[in-house]
Design a protein. Structure first.
Length: 119
């Protein structure tokens, strides 16, 4: 599948990448790839999608525009969420010292490539 191939390339290209997923607004991964069991990718996609939906609602109330990207940095991980459409996100989890700039760049490229297939 085209999704799997592109996600695999991103996972291999970004330094420190642990997982990447194409996620629906419901929090369920359409496609997911991980190089380890930590952190729990299913739980992460559900939780971070819920947070993104809440941010989108806040943005609507504030008339701030659409959520395009969300980044969370913790002691152990970097989590990036990039919007593809109103219904789909890309999520990547990296080690805390992973390549954030490269991850953002690669996710934006993949989001643009997936857009036509998801609309």
């Amino acid at each position: 599948m085209v999704f799997t191939e592109r996600l695999q390339r991103v996972l291999q290209t970004v330094g420190g990448a642990k997982a990447v997923a194409l996620v629906g607004r419901d929090g369920i991964a359409v496609e997911r790839l991980a190089i380890s069991d930590e952190p729990n990718l299913d739980l992460a996609t559900a939780q971070f999608t819920d947070i993104a939906k809440k941010i989108q609602l806040a943005n609507q109330e504030l008339e701030a525009g659409s959520l395009r990207e969300m980044i969370q940095r913790t002691d152990r991980y970097l989590v990036l969420l990039t919007t593809i459409t109103n219904e789909y996100f890309l999520m990547m989890i990296l080690d805390a010292d992973g390549s954030l700039g490269r991850a953002r760049f690669e996710l934006r490229k993949v989001a643009a490539a997936f857009y036509d297939e998801l609309v």
